[in-house]
Structure formats: structure tokens, C-alpha cells
Design a protein around this ligand. Structure first.
Ligand SMILES: Cc1c2[nH]c(c1CCC(=O)O)Cc1[nH]c(c(CCC(=O)O)c1C)Cc1[nH]c(c(CCC(=O)O)c1C)Cc1[nH]c(c(C)c1CCC(=O)O)C2
Length: 341
């Protein structure tokens, strides 16, 4: 199907666009009252994510209600551990929790490499329904967690400020760590390929915990695996968002991907210098800027746009939108990008 709005894809490839495309990380299922209404009709996040018709509905909500230039499929990065044999729960107000964790070779034997189309058929079904109902209005973004971020949850068993157990593993059991990272990488490639076959027009890799590694460890335990994924995905543009990996920007410029996501700690001019002009940059307004009044949101957005001006850019926040942000301010952010030239 021909896309009516392909700004995101053209910007990712570095082609000329009439204006800068805009979407928000975590736009589906955080800020909209319409999302909460759907969410309350089921038992919880996991049931919602596993019900393709409803997942498709909340994926499209931000397109209808906010006017973003892309949809991102409603799911979670933690579906990969589950598909490998490590189920998770989503604890209200606390976040993800794994009843079992992976700590040694014998835990590893209980895991398998996920087959995207079979083990995650509910996501694939949700993508198919979303594509049909979007009817070509905007591109659909597929996604997965980066292997290191997924590893961190599988070893730790929940969120953590330091992920010290996961980082301990890299020092005390490097061979085990590499085996698990490779299994996650192979699963992720299968999964992204299945998302693309079902209709995802671009895929994004979220390395949310990149910033807790030092540069050497990042190169060995994260970057290398992201690089494998980028090399394997040849069908659609790839975006890599490694939060906090300011130290790896120059290395990231060599990845086989179209777009690098910036968080709000990364200076725009400095990032462009380190990454060069062969990549599109995505980001990077501080999500907290949306707590301001509409005038402040507008000014902060214009300030960001001016810094990116003239170079390959997809407008976004520097991380996911916070759940208590007023959707009206999100609309101001989006409209300001659309009006900017
Ligand atoms: C680290 C991470 C996770 N999940 C994700 C990341 C990477 C991005 C980032 O760094 O923010 C990615 C994610 N999670 C979700 C999406 C859906 C699409 C989107 O809107 O971007 C995406 C892209 C839905 C979700 N994932 C989750 C919810 C909230 C669940 C609910 O509705 O109760 C949603 C809508 C739950 C989740 N899932 C995760 C956590 C820590 C939590 C709990 C806190 C939170 O809300 O973020 C793991």
C-alpha cells in the first residue's frame, strides 16, 4: 500500500522533505485518557498487548488524537525474554518483574532462540491489523530492545537503578554473558524480520540502559550485538537509540543504520560533529520540557528545531514521554515542529 505520509521514511533515508517529521517515543499508552479507557477494559498491560485488535486500536490513537507522523506498535521490549522462555509480569505502578532470572549455564539451557512469527504471533497479528486500519496514513514503526538492555532485565529480574547484578555478570561470567547476548540477538533479528514481513516500515532498537556501561564494556557487550542486528536488517530503515551512550556516538556513526537517536543530555551540534552527516539524527527535547506552559513548550521546541536546522532530522523527545504530561502540551510540541521552517 502506498503511504500518504512518508516523511519519516524519507527523512530516515536522508531525502529532502517539505518539513521535519515528528513522533514521540512511548506515545502509545502513556498519556492519553482514551488509552486508559481501553486499558481498563482488560486485566492489565499484558492482556492488552496480547489482544491484537486492542493493541492495534491503542497504536492508532496517537495518530488520530495527536497528529504524529508515525505510529509505533503497542507492545513491549520484554516480549523477547518471554518468547525465549522467560515470562514476565507487569506489576501495577512498579513495572516489569520476572519470576525466574538467568544466572548461569544451566538457566541458559532452559532458554531457546525465539522464532518471531510463531512465538510472537500476537504482535505480528497486531501489526497486520494496524496496517490495515492505518490504511496508509502514516508509516508503522516496529521495535525491539537492544540485547544488552534485554540481558539486564533477564539477569536482574526487574528494573533497577544500577543493574549491578547484570553488570557483575559481565565481569565474573563474560563467556556466559556473551552466550546469552548472542541468543537474544538471534531472537531479536528473527523478531524484527517478522515485524517487517507483517508491514513495519522502519524499526527502532531501544538500548535504554546503554548509559550504565563504561565505553569498553559498551563496545564489547552492547555495540557489537546492535551492529549484528543492523547488518541483518536490510529491508527497512533502522534507528538506534542508545540512551546515555554519549561516549559511543563516534562508533555509532559506523553502524549499518539510517538514524541515531539522541537523548537530551547529548548536545546537538557536538553530536552532529561526532556522528557526521551520513546519518539522520532523532530527538531530543528533554521530556520534562513538556511540563511547562504552552508558550514555554513552544519556545523549547523552536530552540531545539533551530539547533537541528539544515541537517537530517526526525523530531522527537530525548526519551519516552512521561505518563503525567498534559496531552495538550504534546500537541503544542507536535504543531510547533510542523509549523517550523
Ligand atoms: C525499558 C523499556 C520497557 N519498555 C520499553 C522500553 C524502552 C524504552 C524506554 O527506555 O522507555 C519500550 C516500550 N514499552 C511500550 C512501548 C509501546 C509503544 C510506544 O508507545 O512507544 C514501547 C516502545 C509499552 C508499555 N510498557 C509499559 C507500559 C505501561 C503499562 C501499563 O499500561 O500499565 C506501556 C504502555 C510497561 C513497562 N515496560 C518497561 C518498563 C520499565 C515499564 C514500566 C514503566 C513504564 O510505563 O514505562 C520496559
Amino acid at each position: 500500500m502506498e503511504l500518504q505520509n512518508d516523511l519519516l521514511l524519507r527523512a530516515a533515508k536522508g531525502e529532502k522533505t517539505e518539513r521535519t517529521p515528528v513522533w514521540l517515543m512511548r506515545q502509545a499508552g502513556r498519556i492519553l485518557p482514551e488509552y486508559r479507557a481501553v486499558r481498563e477494559s482488560v486485566s492489565g498491560f499484558i492482556e492488552l498487548a496480547q489482544t491484537p485488535e486492542l493493541a492495534a486500536e491503542v497504536t492508532i490513537q496517537p495518530v488520530d488524537l495527536l497528529g504524529v507522523d508515525a505510529a509505533i506498535i503497542f507492545s513491549d521490549i520484554l516480549v523477547i525474554p518471554e518468547a525465549m522462555g522467560l515470562p514476565y509480569e507487569m506489576v501495577e505502578k512498579r513495572g516489569p518483574w520476572f519470576p525466574n532470572t538467568v544466572n548461569n549455564e544451566s538457566d541458559l539451557k532452559k532458554l531457546r532462540i525465539a522464532n518471531g512469527a510463531n512465538d510472537l504471533s500476537y504482535v505480528i497479528k497486531a501489526i497486520e491489523i494496524t496496517k490495515k486500519n492505518l490504511n496508509g496514513r502514516v508509516p508503522l514503526i516496529g521495535f525491539a530492545g537492544a540485547p544488552w538492555t534485554i540481558f539486564a532485565y533477564m539477569v536482574e529480574g526487574s528494573g533497577s537503578k544500577t543493574f549491578s547484578k547484570a553488570r557483575e555478570m559481565l565481569y565474573t561470567q563474560p563467556a556466559f554473558s556473551h552466550k546469552l547476548l548472542q541468543m537474544i540477538t538471534d531472537s531479536t533479528i528473527n523478531y524484527l524480520k517478522a515485524q517487517i514481513a507483517a508491514g513495519a516500515n522502519l524499526v527502532q532498537i531501544f538500548d535504554s540502559w546503554a548509559g550504565i556501561l563504561g565505553p569498553k564494556q559498551y563496545a564489547e557487550f552492547s555495540h557489537q550485538y546492535i551492529s549484528q542486528i543492523c547488518d541483518a536488517i536490510t529491508e527497512v530503515p533502522v534507528t538506534v537509540f542508545a540512551k546515555g551512550a554519549f561516549f559511543a556516538r563516534e562508533e555509532m556513526s559506523k553502524l549499518n543504520c539510517e538514524t541515531i537517536g539522541l537523548d537530551w543530555n547529548m548536545g546537538i551540534a557536538e553530536s552532529r560533529k561526532l556522528i557526521g552527516t551520513e546519518k539522520t539524527l532523532q530527538g531530543n527535547l528533554d521530556p520534562a520540557a513538556l511540563y511547562g506552559n504552552p508558550e514555554q513548550v513552544r519556545n523549547a521546541t523552536i530552540d531545539m528545531m533551530e539547533q537541528f536546522k539544515g541537517s537530517r532530522h526526525i523530531a522527537n523527545l530525548g526519551h519516552g514521554v512521561y505518563p503525567d504530561i498534559d496531552p495538550e502540551n504534546v500537541k503544542v510540541f507536535i504543531q510547533t515542529v510542523k509549523d517550523f521552517n
